[in-house]
Ligand binder design. Structure first.
Ligand code: NAD
Length: 359
């Protein structure tokens, strides 16, 4: 088993990565004595696939637990779901000594973490991420929250879990598009932080796409190490944590302009290549480095070009209203070489226009 520590002083927590870990969670929670009673929160698909194994693992250790289920998908990530879950917890008599378990993808993790942050002003929770995206990204770092009609993730809290349990085996049931969503984030880590890891991804593409052990665990572990290091240095995204947004500023604009028809991972892949074009336009990144990143992204089956039919004025307006933009000025994370990036809001409007396909 790989164990990675997220170093946040008294709020530090372990990320554990192992094949088959789902059935070991009960034993580990009993040893850690996080709580006497647990409530598992899962969407309807993941509850059906993995709820039983997790509940049996807790039951085998004499730990009682309940299961609360909500409908799968981003559409559930809203205040109505939060209110419903909080009411269910109150009806079950859940109190501050109890603990929630987020079993599922990023939607489940964000919802469960936010309920945990606000129910009775905060109760413990642990993450059991089941999508690649959740395993390498959303389950680590303590960002929780929901969407409101005015925008995605606009309501939330920084609230860290007590532990993260990653079972690489659950990825075998993941639809291929969901796998690609996670792979875009995986490639991102190589570009922003770790050239050796980028080379590793390039050299092991087939094993990764086939989810072969131990390669896939190496990938998950390395991503978690990078995210843990970045979060430990800058928990609330004042500075370094912003590098995790590589490909996301332009990617969000693409996603929104397509009315979310383009999946997040695809949009991030296009956003990374577009950010590289900005970096080249500013003479920050050499053409061979940019070309190599594009080749690796394409090699994993991810798109590298923003579809021409997307309205580029609409994308520009989404860039201005990006929630991370300051006074309507977006910032961009631009690679200077593979493994290193710089953050800047100093990008000429004409260059952005050109990269988004405007004429
Ligand atoms: N908190 C953060 O730091 C952070 C970071 C990145 C993304 N996010 C959020 O994460 C969300 C996206 O997460 P996601 O892509 O995991 O989406 P998701 O949670 O909706 O999961 C995607 C789909 O996969 C299914 N699924 C999950 N695990 C499965 C498995 N093992 N086998 C089969 N099906 C499975 C789910 O039922 C769902 O239908 C977004 O809301 C995004 O805002 C949060």
């Amino acid at each position: 088993m790989k164990i990675i520590d997220v170093g946040l002083g008294k709020r530090s927590y372990p990320i554990m990565v192992a094949a088959g870990l789902l059935s070991e969670i009960g034993r580990d929670l009993r040893q850690r004595a996080v709580a006497k009673r647990y409530v598992v929160i899962a969407d309807d698909r993941v509850a059906g696939l993995y709820g039983k194994t997790l509940i049996e693992s807790l039951a085998s250790q004499g730990i009682s637990c309940e299961l609360l289920v909500f409908p799968r998908g981003e559409a559930s990530k809203n205040m109505t779901t939060i209110a419903r879950l909080a009411s269910s917890l109150a009806q079950l008599g859940v109190d501050r000594k109890d603990c929630l378990i987020a079993l599922g993808g990023g939607v489940t993790g964000d919802i469960t973490g936010f309920v945990a942050a606000i129910y009775m002003r905060g109760i413990a929770f642990v993450q059991v991420p089941t999508t690649l995206l959740a395993q390498v990204d959303s389950s680590v770092g303590g960002k929780t929250g929901v969407d409101i009609p005015e925008g995605k993730n606009l309501v939330g809290a920084f609230y860290q879990p007590r532990a993260v349990y990653i079972d690489s085996r659950v990825l075998s049931s993941l639809p291929s598009e969901e796998l690609l969503n996670g792979l875009a984030e995986v490639i991102k880590y190589g570009v922003i932080y770790d050239r050796d890891f980028f080379d590793f991804l390039d050299a092991n593409r087939e094993q990764i796409l086939q989810l072969q052990l131990p390669v896939i665990e190496e990938v998950i572990g390395r991503c978690c190490q990078i995210k843990a290091a970045v979060v430990a240095a800058d928990e609330k995204e004042a500075d370094l944590r912003r590098i995790l947004n590589y490909g996301h500023t332009l990617g969000h604009a693409v996603e929104a302009a397509s009315d979310f028809a383009i999946a997040h991972g695809m949009a991030v892949a296009m956003g990374m290549v577009a950010a590289n074009s900005l970096a080249q336009g500013k003479a920050l990144l050499s053409p061979p480095e940019a070309e190599r990143i594009s080749q690796v992204i394409a090699g994993f089956g991810l798109p590298v070009a923003i579809p021409r039919e997307l309205d580029h004025n609409l994308m520009k307006s989404f860039l201005k209203t990006d929630k991370k933009a300051v006074s309507g000025k977006p910032f961009f994370v631009l690679p200077t070489r593979i493994g290193q990036v710089t953050i800047t809001d100093d990008v000429a409007a004409e260059l952005i226009d050109q990269v988004l396909g405007g004429r």
